[in-house]
Unconditional design. Structure first.
Length: 202
């Protein structure tokens, strides 16, 4: 083992202790700033509450009508019904005035889509059964966007890994080169001193 390898091995053994005092201080601050669950409820807005004033059959028809004719999701239809004090006729009038956000996928829908896709493959009829609020056209469109997004994520991840490996290699080479250069300079200086002493003796 040469001198450069010994130096590198010594550097690898350096152990850094975490600053436990700093960590405990951050932890205490987080606990102090944590809000109580009841305080968080003040920001919530109720959009539906079960009611006995509407029959289940009428409610299903109302939701189906909102989906088929006006492209409203079940949550949007129930929310509109709640804001109209569970009056089906008033809610029906509001259908025409309310335009839902186009193709805004919730996190839950995205998770259901991915899980169903993994289990049934590109069977959009079965995916539609898991996501009845979405048309098959919506599902196909989302599938291609999702596929392109996954490809891009994989490519970026591979590029990041490659860049990280190259950076580590360059850093390791520069450290070894620097250490060997210092050793060479020291050796050269020693030889010069020896040569001067030999010359004086002669």
């Amino acid at each position: 083992m040469n001198s450069c390898e010994k130096i590198n091995n010594k550097r690898r053994r350096v152990h850094i202790e975490p600053d436990l005092e700093e960590f405990s201080g951050v932890k205490e601050e987080l606990i102090q700033n944590e809000r109580e669950p009841e305080l968080l409820q003040e920001n919530a807005v109720k959009v539906w509450s079960p009611t006995d004033t509407i029959k289940d059959e009428d409610l299903k028809k109302h939701i189906d009508l909102g989906r088929r004719v006006y492209a409203h999701s079940e949550a949007q239809t129930l929310g509109m019904l709640h804001f109209n004090n569970y009056d089906l006729k008033e809610s029906l009038r509001d259908f025409e005035n309310f335009t839902p956000v186009p193709n805004a996928w919730s996190l839950e829908e995205e998770m259901i889509f991915e899980n169903t896709l993994q289990s049934v493959g590109k069977n959009f009829s079965k995916i539609h059964q898991a996501l009845p609020d979405r048309s098959i056209g919506d599902l196909v469109e989302y599938y291609y966007k999702w596929k392109n997004k996954k490809k891009l994520e994989l490519r970026l991840s591979a590029e990041r890994i490659r860049t990280r490996k190259m950076a580590k290699s360059v850093l390791a080479l520069s450290v070894v080169h620097s250490e060997c250069e210092n050793i060479y300079e020291f050796s050269s200086d020693s030889n010069d001193v020896t040569q001067i002493e030999t010359t004086k003796k002669n």
